[in-house]
Design a protein around this ligand. Sequence first.
Ligand code: GRF
Length: 209
Amino acid sequence: MTAASSDSGSARLVVLVSGSGSNLQALLDACADPEYGAQVVAVGADREGIAGLDRAAAAGVPTFVHKVKSYAERADWDRALTESVAAYKPDLVISAGFLKLVGDDFLAEFGDRYINTHNALLPAFPGIHGPRDALEYGVKVAGATLFFVDGGVDTGPIIAQVVVPVEDDDTEETLTERIKEVERRQLVEWVGRLVRDGWTITGRKVRLK
Ligand code: GRF
């Protein structure tokens, strides 16, 4: 898959958020450099009143919100989300702390170009408490994984991983913060590589072109 380019010559990113949006901010900052090769064309969320939406607004990026509970059926929410994202014609859709699993419609449309960053070394510790689960297990290394989303929970083909040593006195908070620092750098580096080089997915193997 090669990321198609917009008129301005840079790839179009739609970023989905549910929280503080520090990963989104890292992407916005990277996109300020034309050499990076991408622009954030829209930010979507599943809730209002989050810092991630404020960051988008501050950068002049359009936003949209679809709350699951505003829809009678989960599939209706998924369709609405799919339509909003599709309207921005993204080359890559990025879940950056987006706390919802998308459904069949979304994956049918974007399954070959929807990526997520997770704060654990998959396949260990999927789900929303990666650092806490890793600490409780007693692992000596934790980290972050960037992957293409499939129909499972944090199960898709892996793009990149980064390791963070666990310290004896780590708490969930300290480990989470140390992971987030390297996670942001990994996200920025690999989104850039994907959109500039294009990629292939063969089985579970992701390769740059
Ligand atoms: C990231 O660590 C991600 O792995 C996890 O939520 C965090 C999002 O942080 N699922 P932010 O909203 O980008 O600051």
